[in-house]
Design a protein around this ligand. Structure first.
Ligand SMILES: O=P(O)(O)OC[C@H]1O[C@H](OP(=O)(O)OP(=O)(O)O)[C@H](O)[C@@H]1O
Ligand code: HPA
Ligand SMILES: [Mg+2]
Length: 178
C-alpha cells in the first residue's frame, strides 16, 4: 500500500496538531451551546473521531452518507444521499465535518439541504482544502490545510475505497489511478 504513495504530504504528527488546534477553537467558540457534529461518510470518519475526542464541550455526533465520486478520481457532479440524519437539527448548532473540499459540489449541496431544516447555525470544519479545484464557492469556518491539486489518499481519503487506513495524507502515484 505504501508503495503506491508518491510522498507523504501531511504527517500523522502534523494532522494531530492541527486537529487539536481546530478542536480548541470549536470548544472556545461554542462554549455554552449545544453542538452537533455531522460527519460526511465515509471520508470524514478519521477526522471526525479524532476531532471529537479533543473537543472539551458537550457535543453529539450524527452522520450523513453522500457520494459523488464513485470509483473514480473525478467528481461526477451529482450528489446522492445514501443516509440521512438521525437527529432533528432545527434550532441546533451544527458543524459539518469533512475530510476535503475539492470542487465544492458536495458541501454546497449539503449546506442547502441542511439549511432548509433551519438549524441555529451551520458551519464547516474541513481538514483539507483543494482551492484550485473549486467549481462552486464554499466558505468553511475551520480549515486544516490548504493543499495543491494532487490526488490525495489516507486518513479517511480513498481511491476506489482503498488507502483510507493510512495514518497520514499522501499523494497517490499517478500510475495507480490513470
Ligand atoms: O468538493 P467535492 O468535489 O464535492 O469533493 C469532496 C467530497 O468527495 C469525497 O467524498 P466521496 O464522494 O468520494 O465519498 P467518500 O467520502 O465515501 O470517499 C470527500 O470525502 C468529500 O466528501
Ligand atoms: O484528492 C482526493 N482524494 C480522495 N478523495 C477525494 N475527493 C475529492 N478529492 C479527493
Ligand atoms: Mg472518496
Amino acid at each position: 500500500m505504501n508503495n503506491d504513495i508518491e510522498r507523504v504530504l501531511i504527517s500523522e504528527e502534523d494532522i494531530e496538531k492541527k486537529v487539536i488546534e481546530i478542536a480548541e477553537s470549536i470548544s472556545e467558540e461554542y462554549k455554552g451551546k449545544e453542538v452537533i457534529l455531522i460527519g460526511i461518510l465515509k471520508g470524514s470518519v478519521m477526522f471526525m473521531s479524532d476531532l471529537m475526542k479533543k473537543i472539551t464541550i458537550p457535543c453529539k455526533m450524527d452522520f450523513m452518507a453522500v457520494s459523488s465520486y464513485g470509483e473514480g478520481s473525478e467528481s461526477s457532479g451529482v450528489v446522492r444521499i445514501l443516509k440521512d440524519l438521525d437527529f432533528e437539527i432545527r434550532d441546533k448548532h451544527i458543524i459539518l465535518v469533512e475530510d476535503i473540499i475539492d470542487s465544492g459540489v458536495t458541501l454546497t449541496y449539503l449546506l442547502k439541504y441542511l439549511n432548509a431544516r433551519k438549524p441555529a447555525s451551520l458551519e464547516i470544519a474541513c481538514l483539507l482544502n483543494k482551492k484550485d479545484r473549486r467549481k462552486v464557492e464554499v466558505n468553511a469556518k475551520y480549515i486544516g490545510y490548504d493543499v495543491a491539486d494532487y490526488f490525495l489518499v489516507g486518513y479517511g481519503l480513498d481511491f476506489a475505497e482503498k488507502y483510507r487506513n493510512l495514518p497520514y495524507v499522501g499523494i497517490l502515484k499517478e500510475e495507480v489511478y490513470k
